[in-house]
Design a protein around this ligand. Structure first.
Ligand SMILES: [Zn+2]
Length: 246
């Protein structure tokens, strides 16, 4: 009886992936072959989480952004191998910041193809950081196995080089830091942002990629798909605040 109780307790404590709430790498199934994963990083004394995504295809697994926590670069590959029996074959960085492109050096060295747009590559080069092996045009469609996706630069926003990824068939919009969570109360880190342009860029995405069913923001909760509308509201609020430096 005690054994049964401890088994039940174990099942309650660990979720379907056998990871606890405190796990440094948290993977959630999104839909079909899509998985969102979360890692954590110390930012000014607080642990902040970052969302990223991976897609399982017939031709291997594609990462959309590397873990923010670099201790999780290898565990992510190992977990994917154990869960899906597949290797990671491609890795995209959606802008130059460490929570997105920080894994380029590690994954390149593992033989994984790494990708960024030219704007990102130029920033990484200037900052003496690891760059992607392949530089892609600002609007590029990839077919990997049974999946197709569009890597798109909407213009400046959170960063001057932020890109988003659109999966038309599944209506998944992977926004990364270009999109704030519906639970975000402000625009966050703005040192490399252009808030005025961000507004235009959001409208471009809303016009171009209709009726997303899933929207993945760079940080915090991603279950609420009002995130893109919410980001527009935050941007407008910021632009309308007279005291704010624009
Ligand atoms: Zn960023």
């Amino acid at each position: 009886m005690r054994k049964l109780a401890s088994i039940i307790l174990f099942l309650v404590l660990s979720n379907t992936f056998g990871q606890s709430k405190n796990s440094p790498l948290q993977i959630s199934h999104l839909t079909g072959d899509f998985y969102v994963y979360k890692t954590f990083h110390d930012y000014n004394g607080t642990q902040i989480s970052a969302n990223a995504m991976y897609l399982v295809t017939d031709k291997g697994v594609v990462l959309f952004d590397a873990p923010w926590d670099e201790t999780q670069f290898q565990p992510l590959l190992d977990t994917i191998k154990a869960r899906h029996n597949k290797d990671v074959v491609m890795c995209f960085g959606t802008h130059s910041h460490g929570d997105r492109s920080g894994g380029f050096g590690f994954y390149k060295q593992k033989g994984i193809k790494t990708y960024s747009i030219k704007l990102t590559d130029e920033i990484l080069k200037k900052e003496n950081k690891n760059r992607a092996e392949f530089v892609i045009p600002n609007d590029t469609t990839f077919t990997v196995g049974q999946h197709k996706f569009q890597v798109y630069y909407p213009g400046k926003g959170h960063a001057t080089d932020n890109i988003i990824v659109w999966f038309d068939k599944e209506k998944v919009l992977y926004g990364a830091c270009f999109i704030k969570s519906a639970s975000a109360t402000d625009l966050g880190y703005l040192a490399d942002s252009d808030v005025k342009e961000w507004k235009k860029s959001i409208k471009k995405v809303q016009t171009k990629f209709k009726n997303p069913v899933y929207i993945i923001p760079g940080h915090e909760d991603w279950t609420n798909t009002q995130s893109l509308n919410h980001t527009l509201k935050l941007v407008e609020g910021y632009l309308n605040k007279p005291s704010e430096k624009k």
